[in-house]
Write a protein that binds this ligand. Sequence first.
Ligand code: SF4
Length: 199
Amino acid sequence: MRITRREFLKISSAAIATLPVLGFDLTPAMAQIGEFRIKNVKPVPTICPYCGCGCGLVVYAADGKVIATEGDPDHPINQGSTCAKGAALYQIYDNPRRMRKPLYRAPYSNHWEEKDWDWVLDRIVERIKATRDKNFITKETVKVKDEKTGVERDVEINVNRTEAIATLGGAALDNEECYLYTKLARSLGVVYVEHQARL
Ligand code: SF4
């Protein structure tokens, strides 16, 4: 007999649901399984990187490996709960398709090359600087109305900005990181400062 995945899950759930009726109480066993897995492991708080809700999560790691992730019960936003995506956060770490090194595709190239982080960060800095310097606007002429006569005149003002760079913050950034990120953007003269949570 062929059983689909959906049917298998239905049968399994029904079988588990009947155990308490038969006098089996699985609560202590389930609690113990959860406890053994994370016993003596220090939880590290973090923020879910997926969407703008910014739910708090805790990561349990032992011997350099992530062994469990779950909603942070102390976090004011989600109070321990997660959506299905957040609950599967473990797969960011434990995934054979996870990219572990930056990939770079040179202009006009048809393939990606693996690079180390130092190389990539140096290129990003070089390009930000070059783009900013090439497109920096120091002054702009605006119309100003004379309060008495109502006549408009052109006035040159300092603007010191670049319109050639835009920044996009992510949900994984906390308040302080967003503050620093915005400071960096403003100090470069970037005026397009946006955040994923607003999109
Ligand atoms: S757990 Fe779900 S709702 Fe919460 S931030 Fe992650 S993706 Fe968004």
